[in-house]
Design a protein around this ligand. Structure first.
Ligand SMILES: Nc1ncnc2c1ncn2[C@@H]1O[C@H](COP(=O)(O)OP(=O)(O)OP(=O)(O)O)[C@@H](O)[C@H]1O
Ligand SMILES: [Mg+2]
Length: 470
């Protein structure tokens, strides 16, 4: 069943239950209220009767009393309580007799008395002075009269009930429609995402939690689109990177086989084949490493590391390259910064960054590191031409490279390593001067890596046990 109908059905059911309960209570309370009201009126009449009874002149008293009884069309019974004798009654004799007999039994406590045919009366009874005489005057109103009033009330209440119910159902329908419509629209937008029609995804007018879901869905669509585009680009770039050396290998190999290249040319061809094969091997190895860093495979082994030592080591490794290119390599750092990272992998990430700097610098590359709160910031700044603007947004993607680039995997690997280390990496062109800066930030608290360390510890202990056992 559609959500709109479900909500409407639930809403209607709740309204009917609430209205029925209210009607039931009001209806049953109404009779009590009518009886109480009638009793008050009877009391008023009894007061008039009392005044007549207190009249001094007996002839006037009788005249007034008979006038009062004639004027009023309500039943009156006068009886002798002790003699159990009806003295006067405007009711059927059986009813009057029944009341006389049962008066001292239970009727004295009741407000509603029953007649001899089962009909009911609201009654007010009063003793006539002197009270010792046992004279009781009962004035009554048939309950039928009150039941007529109650029935009219019930009729009207049912009318109001239905009008109210109709209005509530109509309002409920519009309210639930307002609530459900954004969900239906959102479903249509999600269908577009399912069909990968990302550009056609439209914002849905909504509020509250639905708005939050809508924003998440659009963000998800955006992320998915970005991911699919980058995957496509990755496959295109990867096949291109692999195809170029393969074609060159194939060209030389066929040339040598067919005798097109001979002697020196054949030697040169073989050298190219070997170096291109090396290059292919490097690309494939780096792609495998990236895939492993992305998944949770066992290629990252964190240990307590002084990162400043690692920076110094990276610099030492790159001094020959800097010398070869006549670039001054300066390191400005002090103290120590201990954290839990894979020393070798961080070294690899730094070598990628510094190596790029040296290749793109004109005169110098500066390595600067300093502690800031709980983090260590490492800046690699060069004075080259800077990063081409069009490369900046996707610089850390696989196979993204500039004109003088090599494979375009270095920065992708650096980012994967830094992310596994719980840090961040970013690149920007220097403001007001030439060159680019690459910034790596590592944090001191690497609690997420502790599980890796514990697992690693367990693994090494297990290995020890195995070794001892064998
Ligand atoms: N310091 C820099 N200054 C200017 N451009 C840079 C700098 N560092 C990187 N780049 C640009 O970013 C691109 C990607 O760098 P990345 O290290 O990922 O690949 P690569 O150096 O071309 O190849 P490799 O995979 O061998 O590292 C480079 O090709 C280059 O165009
Ligand atoms: Mg590089």
């Amino acid at each position: 069943m559609r959500l709109l109908y479900q909500l409407n059905a639930a809403f209607t059911a709740i309204i009917i239950i609430i209205m029925s309960l209210t009607a039931f209570f009001v209806y049953s309370l109404l009779m009590d209220l009518l009886v109480q009201d009638e009793l008050r009126q009877l009391e008023g009449r009894a007061e008039v009767l009392r005044n007549i009874a207190n009249e001094q002149n007996p002839s006037e008293r009788v005249a007034q009393l008979s006038q009062f009884i004639q004027d009023s069309n309500f039943p009156i019974v006068l009886f002798d309580r002790y003699g159990e004798e009806v003295l006067f009654s405007t009711l059927p004799a059986e009813t009057a007799q029944k009341w006389v007999e049962n008066y001292d039994g239970d009727l004295i406590e009741e407000e509603v008395w029953e007649g001899h045919q089962g009909e009911s009366y609201v009654v007010y009874d009063l003793g006539f002075a002197p009270s010792r005489s046992g004279m009781i005057l009962v004035i009554a109103t048939p309950l039928d009269d009150l039941q007529v009033v109650q029935a009219i009330f019930a009729q009207r209440m049912t009318g109001v009930f239905f009008i109210g119910l109709m209005l509530a159902i109509i309002m409920g329908y519009f309210l639930t429609r307002k609530l459900v419509t954004p969900l239906t629209r959102l479903k249509q937008e999600v269908k577009k995402i399912e069909k990968r029609q990302f550009s056609q995804v439209q914002p849905v007018k909504s509020s509250g939690e639905i708005k939050e879901v809508e924003q998440s869905v659009r963000q998800m669509a955006h992320e998915l689109e970005r991911y699919i585009t980058s995957q496509k680009q990755f496959f295109q770039n990867a096949s291109h990177e692999l195809k170029t050396p393969l074609m060159s290998i194939q060209g030389y190999a066929e040339g040598i086989r067919d005798g097109v290249f001979e002697k020196d040319a054949a030697d040169k061809g073989l050298t190219v084949i070997v170096s291109e094969t090396e290059r292919l091997k490097k690309i494939v190895n780096e792609m495998i490493l990236l895939a492993k860093l992305d998944s949770d495979e066992d290629v990252y082994h964190p240990q307590a590391t002084n990162v400043i030592d690692v920076i110094t080591q990276a610099k030492d490794r790159l001094v020959p390259l800097a010398k070869e290119r006549d670039i001054e390599l300066r390191l400005e750092s002090d103290g120590a910064f201990h954290t839990f990272v894979d020393r070798e992998r961080i070294l690899q990430a730094l070598i990628n960054m510094i190596g790029n700097g040296i290749r793109h610098a004109n005169h110098e590359v500066i390595l600067l590191s300093y502690v800031e709160g709980d983090s260590l910031r490492i800046l690699v700044t060069d004075d080259g031409d800077g990063i081409p603007e069009e490369l900046l947004p996707q610089l850390f993607e696989r196979f993204i490279k500039g004109k003088q680039g090599e494979t375009g995997l270095g920065l992708a690997i650096s980012r994967a390593i830094v992310q596994r280390s719980g840090g961040t990496i970013q690149a920007y062109n220097n403001k007001g001067q030439n060159g680019a800066t690459f910034e790596m930030k590592l944090s001191k608290r690497m609690s997420s890596l502790r599980s890796d360390i514990i697992e690693e510890g367990n693994d090494s202990r297990k290995k020890e046990r195995d070794d001892n056992g064998s």
